[in-house]
Design a binder for this molecule. Structure first.
Ligand code: CTP
Length: 479
């Protein structure tokens, strides 16, 4: 089988490989393998990655999709007897869907072999700062930055000292100096070394530098008859600590709260085939539902006819008309928070045709309109089941703030999110929104004007405001 020396390839091909492998977070060698495999399977990527900009060092590593977001770790294995536990650590990280690329110091290779580490990580193992194959594209910089976290296990006294003092005379220390990622150290050494004043100074310096430490634990040492603090944490403890750093628990400020939201237009039938509608897309209400769900709330979304996918984890009730919307809203009570983002049709046809209305010589059929129930006002004025926080929207084409203020008073809600829906703003059906949050503050009416944002950002901001206000006792239900 012919072997390929990457160093001898054309510069253009090298650049292509370097960019593509960096983008896909693979070693160049692995990337070549993938390209060949894709060629054989007839699904190669178009040869245009010269346009792919190199990832700037300060950019956070991209999140990939999947049930759990995948993450990647560069694992530096130091030279100590605890290195055998790092083999288990690789497995523990991989079962948490964390990719692992390993670096072995020279001393580590006395305890574990690159072959064993490579077999467990399914990746090539890096050992040498001056390895021509990985260094033609500054491999130590990629190992330092093309990951989400660096784990050092075992972190020997020597590695701690090098790191605390900024040495870079081998691959491991060069990576630790070149990284802009979080670093997790799992120290392992003899208790006397751990307690030595030099190590204490180095540990204190590293903690000041923002490095995270796990362990060491206390227990028996490999050295016969010795015990104390210095045992490396167990692989499972290190993997859990790495996972906490990689996937910090998302705050759920609305956990335990039930949020009711209306969204979209309503369709008011004229006859079985025609209806009165408006231009609402439902995007703002759906974005609020998704943001509230992400904040931990139980969300019930009552939506008029829209062309949007139901947000994940949200109970969606699909309706057509204003009266159906009111019915579903009432059925969904009680709720802690109600947000009325729907563009409800103000009128419906009183004399809805049972059959399709036909053109006649007598001219146009007379359509009699009657007013629809005002869902927001109805819920705001409930005596018993009124949600403690009721938020309405005001869609205006003129006198935005004045009209919104009078809507707040007329409807009896707590807040109004006012937005200008004049055609020139592109809000109706568009992706961006400029809103003003109008609320009562101790007898006064406050207007908080937000900059132009995407509807998702407006939703996140609104949910953040709600989360802050639900901790305010004044909005808690009276007990
Ligand atoms: N709303 C409602 N039921 C209606 C009409 C409106 O729940 N029948 C709610 C909307 O969801 C929004 C608020 O009331 O939260 C204001 O809606 P908007 O269309 O701006 O105002 P209208 O009440 O329809 O008044 P106008 O058309 O005169 O501006």
């Amino acid at each position: 089988m012919a072997s390929l020396t990457i160093r001898k390839l054309d510069d253009a091909v090298k650049t292509y490989l370097r960019l593509r492998s960096a983008k896909n977070r693979r070693s160049v060698e692995e990337e070549v393998r993938v390209i060949l495999r894709e060629l054989i399977e007839g699904r190669e990527e178009p040869l245009t990655p010269f346009a792919v900009p190199p990832v700037p060092s300060s950019t956070p590593a991209p999140q990939r999709t999947g049930a759990l977001p995948e993450a990647s770790v560069t694992l530096i294995i130091g030279g100590g007897i605890a290195a055998y536990k790092s083999l288990d650590l690789i497995r523990r990280l991989k079962e948490r869907r964390i990719e692992v690329r390993c670096v072995l110091t020279k001393a580590a290779q006395q305890f574990v072999t690159p072959l064993a580490v490579s077999a467990l990580s399914h990746e090539r193992v890096y050992t040498d700062l001056f390895d021509p194959q990985s260094e033609f594209d500054a491999g130590h910089i990629r190992l330092a930055r093309d990951c989400d976290l660096i784990v050092v296990a075992p972190a020997t006294a020597d590695l701690l000292a090098k790191m605390a003092n900024g040495h870079a005379d081998d691959l491991a220390s060069a990576i630790l100096l070149a990284t802009n990622r979080k670093v997790l150290l799992a120290p392992a050494m003899n208790p006397l070394m751990w307690n030595n004043a030099a190590t204490r100074r180095n540990v204190a310096q590293l903690q000041r530098d923002g490095v995270v430490l796990i362990g060491p634990n206390s227990g028996e040492m490999a050295e016969a008859g010795e015990a104390g603090v210095g045992r490396m944490s167990e692989a499972i403890e290190i993997a859990n600590a790495a996972e906490r750093l990689l996937r910090p628990p998302v705050p759920k400020p609305l956990a335990g709260k039930r949020v009711l939201i209306t969204a979209g237009p309503t369709h008011e039938p004229i006859d079985p085939v025609r209806y009165i509608a408006n231009r609402s897309s439902g995007k703002q209400g759906f974005a609020i539902a998704a943001a509230a769900q992400a904040a931990g709330a139980e969300v019930i979304l009552v939506s008029g006819p829209v062309d949007l996918d139901d947000p994940a984890g949200v109970t969606v009730k699909h309706v057509e008309s204003a009266r159906q919307m009111l019915e579903q809203v009432q059925a969904a009570l009680p709720a802690d928070i109600a947000i009325f983002a729907a563009a409800v049709a103000d009128w419906r046809v009183a004399n809805e045709g049972e059959q399709k209305l036909k053109k006649t010589a007598a001219g146009m059929p007379p359509l009699q309109l009657v007013e629809n129930p005002d869902i927001l006002a109805t819920i705001s004025k409930l005596a018993d089941k009124r949600p403690p926080l009721v938020v309405g929207f005001a869609a205006e084409t003129e006198h935005l703030i004045d009209n919104a203020k009078s809507k707040l008073a007329r409807k009896g809600c707590d807040w109004i999110v006012a937005n200008d829906v004049s055609p020139a703003t592109g809000v109706m059906g568009g992706d961006r929104n400029t809103v003003h949050l109008i609320s009562r503050k101790g007898g006064e009416i406050a207007v908080d004007s937000w900059p132009v944002m995407t509807k998702e950002q407006v939703a996140i901001e609104l949910v953040a405001h709600i989360a802050r206000s639900v901790t305010d006792k004044s909005l808690e239900p009276a007990s």
